[in-house]
Design a protein around this ligand. Structure first.
Ligand code: PMP
Length: 454
């Protein structure tokens, strides 16, 4: 057996994949990605593909950012690991915290706490939110409100606020005190086709839920500025500003889960800036280190930080943190990434070439009989496939059409991601205009090929 065949067989035999049925993986061989350069990847069979997935919303600088690579190598030589517990620190952790706070000063950020990824960053935010209220003497404020279709990682806290029951069912019972409200989703809602009216209605749903629960019991509302894994759902422009006002009115903290939207994907450095609001806590990961080394961070606003800093009772000690919080190699990768984001104006590129991607692929709604809705902003885009366009009947989970489109794209040299009925695109943010046009050409041809075969 060739080495490549052996790899494929060993994968089926030994490795369980996230979000997959272990037995299914034994039947269908995975796409084994062996090498990357710029916005391109090569599978073990030598097939070259444009990376429409960006690793997984993460490889924002592409796969060969030498500045990040060099920073990692230098850090390995200098200090491969040390912790940041209690009174211990190391230079990269300090430099990165200062740099991040400087970047987020316009958003009102005062401090940052590191972790190893997005789920960790969410957990940190949820726990700090509860502790904040306890420190202020509002000890009953423990509940969390979040959005249906939202995704906040897989730890018990994040999973409990997740709005996708598929990720929750097998692990229930979850954290008590978590409640879900409707997402302002223009394509699928029972209320209205008018975006601003929908924004108002859904913001009112938040207020009604807070009042129903009792404002003195609600710790925080958590949401993604643009929902990613749920199918790239972009809220109306008035939604986040209204949510900010409602949270303030009822003393509820606003947690922005920017694991996907942070560091430029929407065309703005942070998703909250897209909506012109600030949060109280931000969850960051993925693009922070361009995926080169796992890293998460929770940014803490001056408002929240002050309550901890001013505490005289001793209860503000943060009983939370990870061995790898601010891992030196990850911190070095992140410092180099942040420098590149600024030097290359990564959010600007995402906005410019993203607009072309949005404009071109939106045409699929008109040209393809089973594309119901194309939506997104910047370099994040979702294509929702439907059974019946006129009635917007969802494509059943059992349909093989999305997988067939992905296969057509793969054969034409484009890696895409399928999540239920949605095809999701999140290419590296340094992608060029030529590459974006190539991505659109390939996708148009892939949808046309599947349509012709029906
Ligand atoms: N929050 C959001 C919005 C995410 O999209 C993700 C991951 N896709 C997470 C949290 C969890 O991040 P991780 O997989 O790094 O734990």
């Amino acid at each position: 057996m060739s080495t490549i065949e052996q790899l494929k067989q060993d994968n089926a035999e030994f490795q369980w994949h996230p979000m997959a049925h272990p037995a299914a993986m034994k039947k269908s061989k995975p796409d084994i990605v062996a090498r990357g350069e710029g916005c391109w990847i090569w599978d073990v069979d030598g097939h070259k593909l444009l990376d429409g997935v960006g690793g997984l919303w993460a490889s924002n600088l592409g796969h060969s950012a030498t500045a990040v690579r060099d920073a990692i190598v230098a850090q390995l030589d200098e200090l491969p690991f040390y912790n940041t517990f209690r009174g211990t620190s190391h230079p990269r952790a300090i430099e990165l915290s200062a740099q991040l706070v400087k970047m987020m000063e316009p958003d009102g950020v005062a401090s940052v706490m590191f972790s190893s990824g997005g789920s960790d960053a969410v957990e940190t935010a949820l726990k700090l939110a509860r502790q904040y209220h306890k420190l202020r003497g509002e000890k009953d404020r423990f509940k969390f409100i979040s959005l249906r279709q939202g995704y906040h990682g897989v730890h018990f806290g994040g999973m409990s606020v997740n709005g996708n029951t598929n990720f929750r069912r097998a692990y229930e019972p979850l954290l008590p005190g978590c409640f879900h409200i409707d997402t302002p989703w223009l394509y699928r809602n029972p209320y209205t086709n008018d975006p601003l009216e929908l924004g108002e209605i859904c913001a009112e749903l938040l207020e009604r839920e807070i009042v129903f629960q009792g404002p003195d019991t609600v710790a925080a509302f958590i949401a993604e500025p643009v929902q990613g894994a749920g199918g790239v759902i972009v809220p109306p422009a008035n939604y986040w500003p209204l949510v900010r006002k409602i949270c303030d009115k009822h003393g509820v903290l606003l947690i922005a889960d920017e694991v996907v939207t942070g560091f430029g994907r929407t065309g703005h450095l942070f998703g909250t800036r897209l909506w012109g609001v600030t949060a109280d806590l931000w969850c960051l990961a993925k693009g922070i280190s361009s995926g080169y080394v796992p890293l998460g961070a929770t940014a803490i606003s001056a408002k929240v930080a002050q309550v901890f800093n001013d505490d005289k009772s001793g209860q503000a000690a943060v009983g939370h943190g990870y061995t790898y919080s601010a891992h030196p190699v990850a911190a070095a990768a992140a410092l180099a990434t942040l420098a590149q984001i600024q030097a290359l104006d990564v959010p600007g590129n995402a906005g410019r070439v993203g607009a072309v991607m949005q404009e071109r692929l939106r045409q699929l709604e008109k040209t393809c009989s089973f594309v119901g809705n194309v939506r997104g902003v910047g370099l994040m885009l979702g294509i929702e496939m439907v059974d019946d366009k006129a009635t917007r009947t969802p494509m059943p989970r059992s349909s093989d059409i999305p997988a067939r489109v992905a296969k057509e794209a793969y054969q034409r040299g484009l890696m895409v991601r399928i999540s239920g009925p949605n095809l999701i695109l999140s290419p590296p943010l340094v992608i060029s205009l030529d590459e974006v046009n190539h991505l659109c050409d390939v996708l148009e041809a892939s949808f046309a090929a599947v349509e012709a075969s029906l």
